[in-house]
Design a protein around this ligand. Structure first.
Ligand code: FNR
Length: 363
């Protein structure tokens, strides 16, 4: 591939290599894909406010999250089954993220052992969890994560059931037998591999494995199983952000799951300011959803995010070039961020404040 100039160039390269049901699994959203589109459209309503005659000879993207130093505030969102995209799967993602000095949030449905991922990583890893009906499995994973050196648990709270993903249903999408969520018992994963015409096997599996009855009161149970910081992912309102902090969350991720859950959810970027206003002083607020450039990352940081995570773009990089592709995506986004910092006269991340960007309301 010729040198990528923008993250979307990795998508073009990736899609040449992937079968169409896998492409649909990666790209698709829920329902009519309104939330998916809204995530992108929100960034088109952003204007940056450049300041001039500032020394921008050095722009510093270094930051720190939950005690870990990072070379960049652009990290890897948790996404399932990386071996669908590259034979080295999450091990390649870990190496690529490490090379870029980026945070890697590993999915519960990783297709490589979580210990091997941590061993391949040279930067901080967090482990994402869904609340499984089998709590003893959750407790075991929390223990394994701490022993393997993960620095936080990320509980995804926006998926009591899987979003209605029409592309996957139409394709009768099931995870191929050679790609497995190896950190979970095969008996727990069987239905994810069982194709059914007109249905997404992942939706069937989620209904079977994930406990939709979990509430705020249950969080104390998880906290009691681990001393690792707990991050809640999938917060879209000030009310829930406050409750998250009241229940001891150490950070929250503003996210609509890349438009894959509630199709009438707000664009993640539109939810960011209210969450930051509610809890930004109490804990770090991370952001994901629709970030496709370093300028997008800049906008989210200016609106109060401490870090931004990339979902699909990392998968494009992985499919296009394994660890090199992942590092390439993260490095390109970070270079663009640094360039945007220079052209807006904001040479360090703390200077990316609310005066640096305006977000027009949705029409
Ligand atoms: C996801 N996402 C996700 N989230 C999560 O908490 N656990 C998971 O296992 C997955 N798996 C997953 C697979 C795929 C293929 C995608 C595209 C997404 C959601 C992900 O963490 C993140 O919220 C969005 O991907 C962010 O949006 P962008 O960057 O993809 O627009």
């Amino acid at each position: 591939m010729t040198a990528p100039l923008r993250l979307a160039d990795y998508r073009t390269a990736a899609y040449r290599r992937l079968p169409s049901p896998v492409r649909d699994f990666v790209e698709g959203g829920a329902g009519g894909e309104r939330a998916l589109a809204a995530n992108r459209r929100a960034f088109e309503r952003v204007t940056l406010r450049p300041r001039v005659l500032v020394d921008v000879s050095v722009c510093d993207t270094a930051t720190e999250l939950l005690g870990a130093p990072l070379a960049t505030p652009v990290g890897v969102a948790p996404t399932a089954y990386h071996r669908l995209l590259h034979p080295e799967g999450e091990l390649a993602t870990a190496r690529g993220a490490g090379r870029a000095g980026a945070l890697y949030v590993v999915s519960l449905f990783a297709s490589s052992p979580l210990e091997a991922i941590a061993a391949a990583a040279t930067g901080p890893c967090w482990l994402q969890l869904y609340w499984l009906r089998r709590r003893e499995v959750l407790a075991d994973l929390a223990g394994r994560a701490a022993a393997a050196g993960y620095r936080a648990l990320v509980l995804t709270v926006d998926a009591p059931y899987l979003g209605r993903r029409h592309r996957d249903a139409r394709n009768g999408f099931a995870v191929p037998p050679d790609v497995r969520a190896v950190n979970l018992d095969p008996s727990l994963m069987a239905s994810a591999h069982r194709p059914a015409p007109g249905r997404s096997a992942l939706a069937v599996h989620t209904a079977e494995a994930v406990d939709p009855s979990v509430t705020w009161a249950d969080l104390a149970w998880l906290r009691g199983r681990s001393t690792l910081p707990l991050v809640l992912k999938g917060i879209l309102t000030a009310e829930d952000a406050r409750r998250a902090v009241a229940h001891g969350a150490d950070a929250v991720v503003v996210s609509n799951h890349g438009g894959r859950q509630l199709d009438t959810a707000p664009a993640a970027l539109d939810a960011l300011p209210e969450v930051v206003a509610a809890v930004g002083a109490a804990c770090p607020v991370l952001f994901d959803g629709g970030v496709r450039s370093g300028a997008d990352a800049f906008a989210a940081l200016a609106l109060g995010a401490r870090a931004v995570l990339l979902g699909r773009p990392v998968l494009w990089g992985l499919a296009a070039g394994g660890a090199d592709g992942v590092a390439g995506v993260l490095d390109l986004a970070t270079e663009e961020l640094s360039h945007t910092m220079a052209l807006t006269g904001r040479p360090a991340l703390p200077s990316l404040d609310r005066t640096a960007a305006t977000l027009a309301p949705p029409r």
